[in-house]
Design a protein around this ligand. Structure first.
Ligand SMILES: [Zn+2]
Length: 264
């Protein structure tokens, strides 16, 4: 963290603000991609009345606060998720800058975290992970592996195969046992993308953390719902959460595991 301590804090905050602006765009992507709408035009519209949102009402976080979370025109309340996505994206940019400064690695991990966030939200809303995000993500992750010191291209390639392959195996077994599809093909491609960006080590970490958090959060819901173990809960948000944790803490956890648990 010492790397950027010489940079004025105001300059560091600029990365947070910039990240929030990206997050504002991600909200548009999250809303429109599942509806097969253009993400470029028209400009932002209120989901309630369809009225276009003026640029002065479209400032990340601030507009939400000033309008009290309501559309200026029709008063439809705007989900807290919009500023939450903006703040989260801002934090990603801020923390990555704190870690890397203006190193290209910041771009790679920002792209990765952005894809994870967008995919998690879309999967949460629609139970679908669009191929238009995960498949280019696999290609990007593999391409980036040639430019990052944290991963070799072979780790990335094995990661794609391990990610896509292992989940494909689980899904096939599950389908055989339960005679119905449990995990979607979207999850398989998402884990392939995760493998492309963080390698097979990241895939192991991600699947472990996603399964544990998935159990902790989903099990009480399933029990209370009384629908048994078969009720549908999207797995993408858990995979995204696990992979994002790996970006920030994975290498620390991995080294701890290798030295303390495996004793290597
Ligand atoms: Zn409105």
């Amino acid at each position: 963290m010492a790397l950027v301590d010489s940079v004025p804090f105001s300059f560091q905050i600029m990365f947070f603000v910039l990240g929030c602006c990206f997050g504002s765009f991600y909200n548009v992507v999250i809303y429109r991609v599942p509806r097969s709408e253009s993400i470029v035009s028209p400009g932002s519209r209120c989901p309630g009345c369809g009225g276009s949102i003026a640029s002065y009402d479209n400032i990340p976080i601030l507009s939400f606060l000033m309008l009290g979370g309501k559309c200026r025109r029709c008063g439809t309340s705007i989900s807290f998720r919009y500023p939450a996505v903006e703040i989260l994206t801002g934090l990603f940019a801020f923390l990555l800058f704190r870690r890397y400064g203006l190193h290209p690695q910041i771009l790679i991990e920002f792209v990765f975290l952005s894809l994870l966030l967008i995919i998690a939200m879309i999967d949460f809303d629609t139970f679908l992970i669009p191929d238009v995000l995960s498949l280019p993500g696999i290609v990007l992750g593999f391409a980036f592996s040639f430019f990052t010191p944290r991963l070799t291209w072979s780790d990335s390639l094995v990661g794609i195969l391990a990610g896509g392959g292992s989940l494909y195996l689980i899904a096939t077994l599950y389908a055989l046992l339960r005679k119905k599809e449990g995990m979607g093909g979207g999850d398989i491609k998402l884990l392939g993308m995760i493998g492309a960006f963080i390698g097979w080590q990241g895939v192991v970490f991600t699947v472990f953390l996603a399964s544990v958090t998935g159990m902790i959060i989903a099990l009480p819901m399933m029990l209370r719902g009384g629908k048994g173990f078969g009720s549908e809960i999207p797995f993408g948000p858990f995979l995204s959460f696990g992979a994002a944790c790996y970006v920030f803490w994975g290498q620390i956890a991995w080294h701890w595991y290798v030295s303390q648990v495996l004793g290597l």
